[in-house]
Design a protein around this ligand. Structure first.
Ligand code: GRF
Length: 203
């Protein structure tokens, strides 16, 4: 195919999903290349993993910005400096402003550890166990201003097994996340999955 999409992965922590995307993109036939990893936390373990894989990294520290708009402007500038075309949130623990999200509409993905629309937000595995569901899983979706609510690109299910703890269930879901995110990004990078947001109301 003509050119691979330039992707940035945004992380806040250990970066295991980031690592699965980097590994998938090592195949020259993969329709995207990971050209940048950005963290809002300088101590995020994933940064070292990215460097070890030879991927350029950047830190946009939220503590160095007075408010969300300023942080998002810094993030946006970093992404544009690197010619980023698609943004993948992968354990990125910051709420982004609607203006930032809208400027990346259709070009920003998130992975969430539940079968959306069930269990939006945090503590998804504990809440799934408390609810007694038989099936749990993960979702890759386009990011829209409302948290964990954008159009779904792909999902993977796992069974909830009697005796599961939060840790055993999280591990079962995470193994699927690592398979799902590269597949979902490939769909978006190759143009097989698209999302065109409607323009906002006239002001
Ligand atoms: C994953 O479970 C992801 O779905 C959630 O945060 C976790 C990040 O893990 N949003 P990692 O940093 O990719 O290992």
């Amino acid at each position: 195919m003509a050119g691979r999409r330039r992707v940035a992965v945004l992380i806040s922590g250990r970066g295991s999903n980031m690592a699965s995307l980097i590994e998938a993109a090592q195949d020259p036939a993969y329709p995207a290349e990971i050209v940048l990893v950005v963290s809002n936390r300088p101590e995020a373990g994933g940064l070292e993993r990215a460097r070890a894989a030879g991927i350029p990294t950047a830190v946009v520290d939220h503590k160095g910005h007075p408010d969300r708009a300023s942080f998002d402007a810094g993030l946006d500038a970093t992404l544009r400096q690197h010619g980023i075309e698609i943004v993948c949130l992968a354990g990125f623990m910051r709420i982004l402003t609607p203006g930032f999200v809208e400027s990346w509409a259709g070009r920003m993905l998130n992975i969430h550890p539940s079968l959306l629309p069930a269990f939006k937000g945090t503590d998804t595995h504990a809440r799934a166990l408390a609810a007694g569901v038989a099936r749990h899983g993960c979702t890759v979706h386009f990011v829209t201003p409302e948290l964990d609510s954008g159009p779904i690109v792909a999902q993977a299910e796992v069974p909830v097994i009697p005796g599961d703890t939060e840790a055993t269930l999280a591990a079962r879901v995470l193994a699927q996340e690592h398979l799902l995110y590269p597949r979902a990004l490939a769909l978006v990078a190759s143009g097989q999955a698209t999302f065109a947001a409607a323009p906002g109301p006239a002001t």
